[in-house]
Design a binder for this molecule. Structure first.
Ligand code: ADP
Ligand code: MG
Length: 329
């Protein structure tokens, strides 16, 4: 069953002077899902998120939240909360006071707001750090505090702008798991902006791919990866070879659906090995072809080492017709 819409974006547009950053996007974001807004730098992700949060005025179009038009409501009255790209905490306030800050602004009495702040610190596994100042915490810990601070308003939608980009790779993967767990536990919608396809594939129930202020494709991660609609999505999501010259309708074939043979067969494309990259569980073999330029074939490590290839070696590429996926022009 389709979940009810948490948010509906209707012809949502943002222009800065002459620059159209978000170009009349229509999108439904289902309730209680982890949605990733994915795309390259400058494609309009942050502008979209800031309009949803109410931190940026809408040039034209509407934002509807559970049936109510919230386009022009102030941030505190939209049911959303935002965790910023730079999750700067107030340096002179303790962790508990940082988390309780918005309740203080609302006039909630001290004992009550501190109790709520401690509950949220527990949720993000930071109970032991309530009395510390932000500069006595690691980057990952500061981020958990920032999350608790955003969640204390009990939003029905949490908006996160590149929340993992400042963390080192190890911590990034750990926090990624934490975010997913939190979203599941709370059952609210998370809308997470990222330029990392790995992050989006790992986290999202629903991926929205943006390019130049427009939505190129949206759907479950498996669908976006397996059936990219356009060349842009296929290249951006990665793991695909694009075949076919300019002008024609192009094809995408997943790099792990191509096979390398040392002997020719009907329909096989002759190629020459130019690079071999060992990645642990898979080995990426890059080959040069006359027909289609450089292509990559991902081979499982066991299969690869059973029959390794050498740079400069002549090989032949094959794939099944059903693995060639037509792209929209
Ligand atoms: P992303 O988050 O995907 O990197 P942004 O939404 O930040 O993209 O930016 C989209 C476009 O809007 C870019 O061309 C950017 O330069 C422009 N832009 C963003 N914020 C402003 C602003 N405050 N003033 C003028 N142009 C802006
Ligand atoms: Mg951004």
């Amino acid at each position: 069953m389709a979940k009810p819409a948490a948010l509906e974006l209707i012809k949502l547009t943002k222009s800065y002077g002459g620059t159209v950053a978000v170009d009349a996007i229509d999108q439904v974001i289902p309730d209680g899902t982890y949605t990733c807004l994915l795309g390259p730098s400058g494609c309009g992700k942050s502008s979209t998120l800031r309009m949803l949060a109410g931190h940026e005025s809408v040039t034209s179009g509407d934002i509807v939240h559970k049936g109510a038009n919230i386009t022009d409501l102030p941030p505190a009255r939209r049911g959303t909360a935002m965790m910023f790209q730079s999750y700067a905490l107030f340096p002179h306030l303790s962790v508990v006071d940082n988390v309780a800050f918005s309740l203080k602004m609302k006039g909630v009495e001290k004992a009550k707001r501190q109790k709520e702040a401690r509950e949220l610190l527990e949720l993000v596994d930071m109970s032991a750090y309530g009395e510390r100042l932000p500069d006595q915490l690691s980057g990952g810990q500061q981020q958990r505090v920032a999350l608790a601070r955003a969640l204390i308003t009990r939003p029905s939608i949490l908006l996160l702008d590149e929340p993992l980009s400042a963390l080192d790779p190890f911590l990034r993967i750990r926090m990624r798991t934490e975010l997913k767990r939190l979203q599941r536990e709370l059952g609210i919608s998370f809308i997470h902006v990222t330029h990392s396809q790995d992050e989006a594939l790992a986290l999202a129930d629903h991926i929205i791919v943006m390019n130049r202020g427009k939505i190129e494709q949206d759907g479950p991660p498996q669908e976006v990866f397996d059936a990219p609609r356009t060349e842009f999505v296929a290249r951006f999501i990665g793991g695909h070879n694009i075949l076919g010259g300019s002008g024609n309708r192009k094809l995408a074939v997943r790099t792990d659906r191509m096979t390398i043979a040392t002997q020719s067969s009907a329909g096989a494309i002759p190629a020459s090995v130019v690079a071999v990259e060992y990645l642990g569980t898979i080995v990426n073999v890059t080959v040069e072809t006359a027909q289609a330029g450089e292509l990559t074939v991902s081979v499982g490590d066991t299969a690869y080492f059973h029959k390794p290839v050498e740079i400069g070696q002549s090989v032949f590429l094959t794939w099944k017709a059903e693995d060639a996926h037509q792209l929209a022009a």
